[in-house]
Design a protein. Structure first.
Lengths: 110, 340
């Protein structure tokens, strides 16, 4: 419950406070958000499976974000930033979908 | 796809072991090596963080999730059936794990709000996620025209803007040049107008269309006997001109370039430009007085010649002589300036 509240508060604060994102971080924000979403879906599925572990969640969340940003950074340096970003988004998207399918089976039993 | 990694928060991976291994996996997650009878006594002391650790090291236990779900459901009834009451009320997810379905766990995790370390940490991370999400959505919708554009499009747009700037710059330079020209020409026109007016005044003095004033002399010729003739006055005028007279009038008649003097009818008096002059003849002359007066008084000059005819001549210098007789400007019929 508190976790959901955290998410809601984060969105509200982001929408209304309008914090300035440093220009250095800006290119990595979208991909980091997608990676974080993937971690959240994984964590939700783990919770439904009854095997949720906060430590693992924190580590996976942070490492997901860092690795995603790293890949984009590397892609930018190599000149294939757009392609690598697309690849990362595709991979994360597939993971999110598979996790969402598991969550769906839990919640709707279908 | 490696969603079986532990980085999604599910320590043992998404794929569960096959049904036969399921009991073992459940036990291993709780506490390594325990027997099915132990869980109720052990669970209260267990913290969510340490429970999954052992199982993470058992990759062989992975299988498809549907199998796990199916396996999980019969299991609570089979082995942990007696337990649901106690652990369930304890409020820990791990407690009721074997009895609860995923949906029940979700509801349980949602409703009685509990402040635990896990919840707080997850809340913080989700806060960060929500923040990033909102920022990204907002910044993307702010100026979406350029932000969403591809690099080639951006380069093209930049090129277009550059060329457009170049064109506008050229146009601006042309217009500024034009403006400078116009300002110069209007300045020149002003100057020319001023010069023209000045010249008109100068020429007007010569042509007799303007009132002239300045230092000069006044000469009065009184001729009681009427002996003074036109040639004498003409001599006087020519002497004055030779001495630098710039404007002359005689009894209200301006003497200009085409002035002529004739003897009046009957031999008495003089006519200037057809105007009969009555005595005395009063000359107003503008020029340098120091030059004009001696020119008249030189021996054998105008004054002596007139006095020989018993005329009385008076010459006075004056610092301000006004020649106010005017003459209409005459437009020549045939002569035209060759410079035009």
């Amino acid at each position: 419950m508190i976790a959901v509240l955290g998410l809601v508060v984060g969105i509200v604060v982001g929408l209304f406070v309008r914090p300035e994102v440093p220009a250095v971080v800006e290119p990595y924000l979208p991909i980091a958000v997608v990676a974080a979403l993937d971690a959240v879906f994984g964590g939700l599925r783990a919770m439904l499976d009854g095997i949720f572990d906060d430590k693992v969640f924190v580590v996976s969340f942070l490492s997901n974000v860092v690795v995603a940003a790293l890949i984009v950074f590397l892609g930018d340096k190599l000149g294939v930033g757009a392609q690598l970003s697309t690849g990362v988004v595709v991979v994360l998207g597939i993971r999110i979908f598979s996790n969402a399918a598991a969550i769906r089976r839990h919640v709707f039993r279908a | 796809m490696n969603d079986r990694d532990d980085n999604d928060g599910r320590p043992e991976g998404s794929e569960r072991p096959a049904e036969p291994e399921r009991p073992q996996s459940a036990d291993g997650r709780k506490a390594p090596g325990h027997t099915p009878a132990q869980p109720p006594a052990r669970t209260p002391a267990q913290s969510p963080g340490e429970a999954p650790a052992p199982e993470r090291r058992s990759p062989s236990l992975r299988s498809e999730l549907p199998a796990e779900v199916r396996g999980a459901r019969p299991r609570p009834a089979a082995t942990d059936g007696p337990e649901p009451g106690g652990p369930g009320t304890a409020g820990q997810v791990a407690d009721g794990e074997r009895e609860l379905t995923g949906r029940q766990r979700l509801v349980k995790g949602l409703w009685p709000p509990r402040v635990s370390r896990a919840q707080l940490i997850v809340a913080v991370l989700l806060f960060v996620l929500g923040l990033g999400l909102a920022i990204q959505v907002r910044s993307h919708s702010d100026n979406s025209a350029l932000r969403g554009a591809r690099q080639e499009d951006l380069v093209r747009i930049l090129d277009e803007l550059d060329s457009r700037t170049q064109r506008l710059e050229d146009e601006k330079q042309g217009l500024e040049h034009q403006r400078t020209e116009l300002e110069n020409s209007s300045d020149q026109a002003d100057e020319a107008r001023k010069q023209t007016a000045e010249k008109e005044r100068q020429l007007g003095i010569l042509a007799g269309t303007e009132v002239a004033q300045g230092p000069g002399i006044t000469m009065t010729v009184t001729d009681p006997k009427g002996a003074v003739q036109a040639d004498m006055l003409l001599d006087a005028i020519q002497e004055l001109r030779a001495a630098g007279a710039e404007a002359i009038q005689v009894n209200g008649v301006r003497v200009v370039v085409n002035t002529y003097l004739t003897d009046a009818d009957g031999g008495k008096g003089v006519s200037v430009d057809g105007h009969h002059l009555s005595q005395p003849y009063r000359f107003k002359v503008i020029g340098k007085p120091q030059d004009l007066e001696p020119a008249l008084n030189i021996p054998g000059g105008v004054v002596q010649t007139l006095e020989k005819e018993q005329a009385t001549v008076t010459v006075t210098r004056s610092e301000k002589v006004v020649v106010d007789a005017l003459r209409a400007a005459h437009q020549p019929d045939y002569a035209q300036s060759s410079s035009q």
